[in-house]
Design a binder for this molecule. Structure first.
Ligand code: G6Q
Length: 545
């Protein structure tokens, strides 16, 4: 399938933005806030439970007008509809992109290839709810009759990062009598440490893999199976201790897991968009079906907002357009995401996959090489820890790094004045980045001349601030969907397919070829480049030393 559209740089809005960016480069946030006293209230979107302040960006009303014109000219409105209407917009894999169906209410109808997919979604959710309740209540018993105390999620990439992030984010709501562990890496250390001290008789293993063929997951799953069967002395025990989450019933059966113990999903759910599908089974066991449904409601409210709100007040659209603005016209290479909430400690890692695997692309939908930057490198750490580490570079380094600050108005653990102090830091950091501290100010404080340049902050560093009421399951759903749709917006403007990931294939194939060559008994002549040959040789000579 080919898609014909004008290359991005030939769009009139892009050309207008190129010129306009020169104007913006001549001004500063300090000046813009100085001339417009209401700026901090103007560039704000308020939606139930979320306050989005994007006033500290290098923009004027004209910038937003032009960026929205770019979105229109890029066909964003029709692309959004195409996704929600189940068109096969993932053209390189000929698939619909329907993670929005995972949070559709029961009565909704979403037709794909002549079938309404919504009843299937709710069928799986109901089975998950039933199963989770049985595990949580102790009703589900292990092979020896003991209730489950440990849950191990085995999966990688989209089948791990979402579950880990959601578990950490919603730990406050989790059943504290259950312990959750996540194994993803093929490094045996991950398995060894996760299972250290666990009693297999009290352990439930969720093997999460869309394909059920992924090397890391299947290797870990086989090891787990051996660990269990060796301890309990019977193959029969697998039935009580293994559950699969997959789209591939054949492979699940071949592995030896009864498909009665399988929770399905569909090829129209991308791995990195799957934390609210059955891949979220560990989340549901942790927080319970009711909280899981509240999380889905949060996703849904952001879906509706994205689909129905005019772009001027559309949070994911504005976020996505701002990312395009900085990557395209200010040479921004990275974006820092800085959650001021300890529960969101894995949120940056989760977003790394969501954003970079989706939009880290160089080929347009119609097969051309792009001549502009696509996805920024996403990274970050929770505040305030990051402040004592890399914020130096954010404030005084040579690069422009837009920041997303995320904070909550109420703490789930209100202890003394911790929360006010935490939030004071959110506001202070965004303020310091935007307005800095001039050389004159520094001098007036009595700083000797030679030290003045070191203590000066240029400011003019852009950021978004997201203030949510409280870290509830619903708020988490809203937050994740907000980034999902921001990624979608960026992908449309950059004209890339945000839903494939061909870039991860080559390394996998090469590793498969190399693995047998690492066997010291293998004497075949190595036919790689001279560096790879030498590395393999050295490894082989040392591995048993
Ligand atoms: C996500 C990617 C990738 C995938 C993992 C695991 O969008 O496709 O991260 O989730 O490779 O794949 P399986 O779930 O098939 O094991």
């Amino acid at each position: 399938m080919t898609v014909n559209r004008l290359p991005l740089k030939q769009l009139s809005a892009w050309r207008a933005l190129t010129e306009h960016s020169q104007v913006i480069s001549q001004t500063s946030l300090k000046t813009m806030f100085g001339v417009e006293s209401r700026r901090g209230a103007r560039f704000v979107v308020k939606e139930p439970g979320i306050y989005f302040d994007y006033s500290k960006n290098l923009i004027t009303g004209e910038t937003i007008r032009l960026l929205i014109a770019l979105a229109e000219e890029s066909g964003l409105p029709s692309r959004i509809e195409a996704m929600f209407r189940a068109e096969k917009i993932n053209i390189t894999e000929d698939r619909a992109v329907l993670h929005v169906a995972l949070r559709a209410p029961r009565e909704e109808v979403i037709m794909l290839d002549g079938e309404n997919v919504v009843p299937g979604v709710h069928g799986v959710l109901d089975r998950m709810a039933d199963f989770s309740s049985r595990v949580r209540s102790g009703d589900w018993k292990g092979y020896t009759g003991k209730p489950v105390r440990n849950i191990i999620n085995i999966g990688i990439g989209g089948s791990d990062l979402g579950p880990v992030m959601a578990f950490e984010a919603l730990r406050h709501y989790s059943a504290r009598n259950l312990k959750f562990h996540f194994i993803s890496n093929i490094d045996g250390t991950d398995f060894a440490e996760a299972t250290h001290g666990l009693d297999p008789a009290e352990t439930l293993i969720l093997v999460c893999s869309k394909t059920f063929t992924t090397l890391e997951t299947m290797t870990n799953a086989r090891t787990a199976r051996r660990w269990l069967v060796d301890a309990l002395g019977s193959e029969e025990s697998v039935r009580n201790h293994f559950v699969a989450v997959s789209t591939n019933a054949d492979e699940v059966s071949k592995f030896g897991i009864d498909t009665d113990n399988m929770f399905g999903f569909w090829d129209w759910v991308g791995g990195r968009y799957s934390m609210d599908s059955a891949i979220g089974l560990s989340t549901m066991i942790a927080i319970g079906p009711q909280n899981f449904r509240a999380m889905l409601d949060g996703f849904r409210s952001m879906d509706e907002h994205f689909r129905r709100t005019p772009f001027e007040r559309n949070i994911p659209v504005l976020m996505g357009l701002l990312s395009v603005w900085y990557a395209g016209f200010f040479g921004a290479e990275t974006l820092a995401v800085l959650p001021y909430d300890q529960y969101l400690k894995r949120f940056p890692a989760y977003l790394q996959q969501l954003t970079m695997e989706s939009n880290g692309k160089q080929t347009t939908l119609d097969g051309r090489r792009v001549d502009y930057q696509t996805s920024a490198v996403f990274w970050g750490e929770p505040g305030t820890n990051g402040q004592h580490s890399f914020y130096q570079l954010l404030h005084q380094g040579t690069r422009l790094i837009p920041c997303d600050f995320i904070g909550f108005c109420r703490s789930l653990n209100p202890i003394g004045d911790h929360h006010d102090l935490l939030m004071a830091n959110v506001f202070a950091q965004a303020e310091a980045l935007a307005f800095g501290k001039s050389a004159d100010q520094v001098r007036e404080e009595g700083t000797p001349d030679w030290l003045v340049p070191h203590r000066t902050f240029e400011g003019n560093r852009p950021s978004n601030t997201f203030l949510l009421d409280e870290l509830t399951p619903q708020a988490l759903g809203m937050l994740v969907a907000m980034y999902e749709h921001s990624v979608f917006t960026q992908g449309v403007i950059w004209q890339v397919n945000s839903f494939d990931q061909w870039g991860v294939e080559l390394g996998k194939v090469l590793a498969k070829n190399i693995a047998p060559e690492l066997d010291t008994a293998n004497s075949t002549v190595l036919r790689h480049d001279s560096s790879t040959n030498a590395l393999i040789d050295h490894y082989r000579s040392r591995k048993t030393a």
